[in-house]
Design a protein around this ligand. Structure first.
Ligand SMILES: CC(C)(COP(=O)(O)OP(=O)(O)OC[C@H]1O[C@@H](n2cnc3c(N)ncnc32)[C@H](O)[C@@H]1OP(=O)(O)O)[C@@H](O)C(=O)NCCC(=O)NCCS
Length: 279
């Protein structure tokens, strides 16, 4: 399918549904609607693409995704598109997954009616970096260090102890997590920070990419002492100093502590990303 045409459709959807701006970028669209192994379907009205969807293989699953132009919703186009894509997906070998970058109540109802249940959801949040930041203070004796070739094993240790109690903690190896975190050109070491206690132990961290806060975590014994707030705010302050105007992040729908932290820092929800699988 023609990538620029799908990008135009994605931009129209994004304007109404909200979500990460990157989801309407040519690179993102190309990965989902063009290229080897992708089956893409489009619906046109007067020569304009008004709906598009695809089936592709990702992470060992058969992944279905799609979108309908906001001014053509409510006429059954999305349901017809989904049925066509599900039929295509079921002819391929692998576990079926349906993904959306911006869940609407209507989509949730259609997925449910097709015997799909939600297995993952996260909220995309945004903060305008020109708005004033609240004050924060590091707990006494705690010092911060930027990401470097020397200290990234300590970042991993801080990640491991902070996230081990999260549901679905994947237990990745150090190299897998480091690659996932820093293996991209968008990763930003100057605003990725490690917190060490007075005895030098890693007790918290924050990692960031260009205009994106990837993860923040604090060791269980250090929680509710302002460390998470201070790590996030220091990273955002550095992000702003580097010339960035806005910051985005994802918060899992099952993580109220994290959502409360980010709301208290001025982040607002933009959209809900979600994944559905056969019940
Ligand atoms: C989320 C997390 C980073 C918060 O770290 P923290 O050091 O405890 O955060 P702070 O002490 O700075 O708390 C700042 C604010 O966040 C909110 N908050 C933090 N933990 C909370 C909780 N368990 N319940 C409700 N609100 C919470 C509160 O508004 C708090 O302000 P307050 O203490 O004045 O009420 C920490 O709980 C954690 O590491 N969780 C596991 C990893 C994770 O889920 N990370 C976030 C996703 S990337």
């Amino acid at each position: 399918m023609d990538v620029p045409t799908v990008v135009d459709l994605s931009v129209r959807c994004l304007a109404v549904d909200g979500g990460l701006p990157a989801t309407a970028s040519p690179g993102y669209v190309e990965g989902r609607y063009a290229g080897p192994g992708v089956t893409a379907v489009g619906a046109f009205h007067d020569g304009t693409l008004i709906a598009a969807g695809s089936v592709r293989e990702a992470g060992g699953s058969i992944v279905v995704t799609g979108q309908v132009d906001p001014s053509h919703r409510g006429r059954g186009i999305g349901t017809a598109l989904l049925d066509r894509l599900l039929e295509t997906a079921r002819r391929r070998a692998g576990d079926l997954r349906v993904e959306t970058e911006s869940l609407t109540p209507q989509a949730d109802a259609v997925f449910g009616a097709r015997g799909l249940r939600r297995t993952f959801a996260e909220d995309v949040m945004r903060r305008d970096l020109s708005a004033p930041f609240p004050r924060a203070q590091l707990p006494s004796g705690v010092v911060l260090a930027e990401w470097s070739d020397d200290n990234h094993p300590e970042f991993f240790e801080a990640y491991r102890i902070s996230f081990a109690d999260r549901p679905g903690f994947p237990g990745w190896s150090r190299s897998r997590w480091t690659d996932w975190t820093a293996g991209d050109d968008d990763f930003r070491p100057p605003y990725s920070l490690l917190a060490r206690s007075a005895d030098g132990s890693p007790i918290g961290f924050v990692t960031c990419a260009r205009d994106f806060l990837i993860q923040v975590g604090t060791a269980p014994s250090w929680r509710r002492r302002g460390l998470g707030r201070c790590l996030a705010l220091t990273a955002l302050t550095r992000m702003r100093a580097a010339g960035e105007n806005e910051a985005f992040l994802d918060v899992n729908a099952n993580n109220p502590a994290s959502a409360a932290l980010f709301r208290s820092l001025g982040f607002q929800p933009l959209a809900r990303r979600a994944r559905y699988e056969p019940a």
